[in-house]
Design a binder for this molecule. Sequence first.
Ligand code: NAP
Length: 283
Amino acid sequence: MSAGFIGLGAMGAPMAGHLAARKLLSVIDNRTRSKAETLAAQLGVRAAATPADFAGCTVVALCVSMDADVLQQVEALAGVLKPGSVVVDHSTVSVATAKRAQALLAAKGIGFLDAPVSGGVEGARNGKLSVMVGGDAADLEIARPTLESYAARITHMGATGSGQATKAVNQVLVAGINEAVCEGLALGEKLGLDPDKLLPTLMAGAAGNWFLEKRGATLLRNQFAPGFKCGHLLKDLRIVQGMAHDAGIRATVIEQALADYAELVQRGEADADTSALILLKRG
Ligand code: NAP
């Protein structure tokens, strides 16, 4: 079993680190090549010079940015991987992209799993991600040792696309929680409440949640280092908006979050953490 990893950002770099710690990782790559070279030297693995460097991998995991990035990498890997190997995509992209990637690889006898993750950069660093998997059960068994190196939970949701569908649901909750926490804490600031008392009090009751715990104190100090970038949540919300429209649900949370993150990105906050939403809520 030999794994490759492509996309070494806030999530991918620590995930690759867990694979290397289990001696499963052999080669890595990233759009900005210097990042791959630096991390490869730290982890004692190879930095790819061309896609052919992944030819010997049983599993190649991706954690890149957008739909087009996933398809670019899948097309390159389809030309070099052996039949029976598996590509696992941890990026958050559309169901249509997952299906397209699966079809491109299936034509060469290569498996594909859409396997988006939740748990934030903390989950990636601690190796405690929740992985939601769509695709063939036999391909999941091939990829399982790779996923186990950074997952607390691996759930096979069903056929190709069902991992991304699950992640879409996850992002509705994430966006709504961010709206509520940032609005509530903006109100708390205006009311002059002491954050050192407010935050633990909220966490101890029914309002406690991951975002409040991990980002509450930093957002009140105007520290917005990602984390999870506003630009990435905007991408996710655009995907989710289309799905909600097709499903015919009343999507007021999605619409509000979409408008807010579009405004933040327009203000130049695309690379800030999503907790920068407090900037809008302060009025
Ligand atoms: P990030 O910090 O922006 O990292 C993305 C990485 O992918 C960068 O290192 C980037 O290279 C690389 N990349 C982009 N396009 C590429 C391509 N075509 N080929 C090779 N490498 C490419 O983003 P992230 O926070 O790690 O998120 C990655 C994905 O996971 C996104 O789809 C995001 O929505 C999702 N996600 C994020 C979180 C989170 O909390 N951050 C949680 C769950 C899921 P450069 O160095 O050139 O920029």
